[in-house]
Write a protein that binds this ligand. Structure first.
Ligand SMILES: [Zn+2]
Length: 141
C-alpha cells in the first residue's frame, strides 16, 4: 500500500467510524423500549433488547483497521514503479564516482605532460650537444 493509498484507506475508515453509532448513551422509552440518545435507534425488550455487541465497531471496520495497522508496520516498498529517490541517489553516487575518476585521470595526464615536456627539453639539449659535437668533428676532419 502506498502512503497515499494508506491515507485514503484511513480516511475511509474514519468516515465509516463517524457514521457508526456505538449506541453508548441510551434511555428508557415507555415500558419496553431502550432508545439511543445519539441516533434514535430503539430496541424492544420483548425482541431481545439492545444487542450486546453495540459497544464496538462492526467487524468490517475492525478488519480494515487491523489491515491498515499491519500495512503501516511494514516499510513501504514500491514494486510497480522504480523508486525514483533510490535511483536518483544511486545515479548521483555513480556520477560523483565518475567525476572523481575523471579528475584523477586529468591529474595523471597533467603529470605525464610535465614529464613529457621535461623529456623533450632534455632531448633538445642532447640534440644541440650532439649537433655541436658533429660540428666540431666536421671542423676537425
Ligand atoms: Zn445510536
Amino acid at each position: 500500500m502506498t502512503p497515499d493509498e494508506n491515507k485514503i484507506f484511513d480516511a475511509l475508515i474514519r468516515y465509516a467510524e463517524k457514521r457508526t453509532c456505538l449506541h453508548e448513551d441510551t434511555y428508557r422509552g415507555g415500558a419496553i423500549w431502550e432508545i439511543c440518545s445519539d441516533c434514535g435507534m430503539k430496541w424492544a425488550d420483548d425482541e431481545g433488547g439492545k444487542p450486546k455487541n453495540t459497544g464496538s465497531y462492526p467487524k468490517e471496520i475492525e478488519d480494515a483497521r487491523t489491515l491498515l495497522h499491519s500495512q503501516r508496520e511494514q516499510p513501504f516498498v514500491d514494486n510497480t514503479v522504480p523508486n525514483k529517490k533510490i535511483s536518483l541517489s544511486y545515479l548521483q553516487a555513480q556520477l560523483k564516482k565518475k567525476h572523481d575518476e575523471l579528475a584523477k585521470v586529468r591529474d595523471d595526464i597533467r603529470v605525464l605532460c610535465c614529464e613529457a615536456e621535461s623529456y623533450l627539453e632534455s632531448a633538445e639539449e642532447a640534440t644541440s650537444c650532439i649537433n655541436d659535437a658533429i660540428d666540431r668533428l666536421s671542423e676537425m676532419v
